[in-house]
Design a protein around this ligand. Structure first.
Ligand code: ZN
Length: 188
C-alpha cells in the first residue's frame, strides 16, 4: 500500500493495471506493483569449509550463510559486501551468482540470491556479538552437529560437489556505461 507517490509525493489513487487494482499516481504515472524483498547470502570457502554465522536474533542459534537484505540504493554486490562485513568483519569480493530462491509471501515476495564471494585468505572472521553470536569456517562433516539452515546446507553441499561456474559479475565497459551503477551477472 502506498498512500503517497514515492516519485513525486502526490496522493495515490486506486486504478486497474494489468488485471488488478493498484495504488497509482495520477500526476506522474507511478504504479505500485509487488512488494519484493531481496535477500543476499554469501558462500565463502576456505579449505572445503564454508563461512557460517550463528544468529543472535530470532531464530537465535540458527546457523546460516552470512547475508542480509538489500537496501533501495544497493546492487546485489554492494549489499553482500556490507552484510558480510557487518556479520563477520570480513571484506568480501563478489565473484558471481550461484543460486536463486523465490518464495511468494503475502506481505513481501521473497527473493534470495546466493553469491560466491572471496575474502583475504589470511583474514579471520569475527562476530559482532549481537546480531551474530559466532562467525567461523565450518566443514560439512560438522553440519549435523549445528542447527544449520536447510537452504544454506543445500547450497554449500551442492556447490562443493559440483563446483559450477557462477553467473559472473560482468565487467564489460560498454555495458556498464549504458547502465551506470549496475551490477550485472551472467553465465558468459
Ligand atoms: Zn507521482
Amino acid at each position: 500500500m502506498a498512500r503517497y507517490c514515492p516519485q513525486c509525493g502526490q496522493p495515490t489513487r486506486r486504478r486497474e493495471d494489468g488485471g488488478r487494482e493498484r495504488d497509482a499516481c495520477p500526476a506522474c504515472g507511478w504504479v505500485q506493483y509487488a512488494e519484493i524483498g531481496v535477500g543476499v547470502g554469501a558462500l565463502i570457502l576456505r579449505d572445503e569449509r564454508a563461512l557460517l554465522v550463528e544468529r543472535g536474533i530470532p531464530p537465535v542459534g540458527r546457523w546460516t550463510l552470512p547475508g542480509g537484505w538489500i537496501e533501495q540504493e544497493d546492487t546485489l554486490a554492494t549489499a553482500i559486501v556490507r552484510e558480510v562485513q557487518e556479520e563477520t568483519g570480513l571484506r568480501c569480493n563478489p565473484v558471481g551468482v550461484i543460486c536463486l530462491r523465490s518464495i511468494p509471501r503475502p506481505a513481501r515476495n521473497d527473493l534470495y540470491v546466493c553469491l560466491l564471494c572471496t575474502v583475504d585468505p589470511l583474514a579471520e572472521p569475527s562476530a559482532d556479538g549481537s546480531e551474530t553470536r559466532q562467525a567461523r569456517f565450518i566443514a560439512p562433516e560438522e553440519f549435523d552437529r549445528i542447527d544449520l539452515s536447510p537452504f544454506s546446507r543445500y547450497v554449500i553441499e551442492h556447490y562443493l560437489r559440483e563446483r559450477p561456474r557462477p553467473w559472473l559479475l560482468q565487467e564489460d565497459r560498454r555495458l556498464l556505461e549504458a547502465y551506470p551503477g549496475a551490477a550485472i551477472f551472467a553465465p558468459f
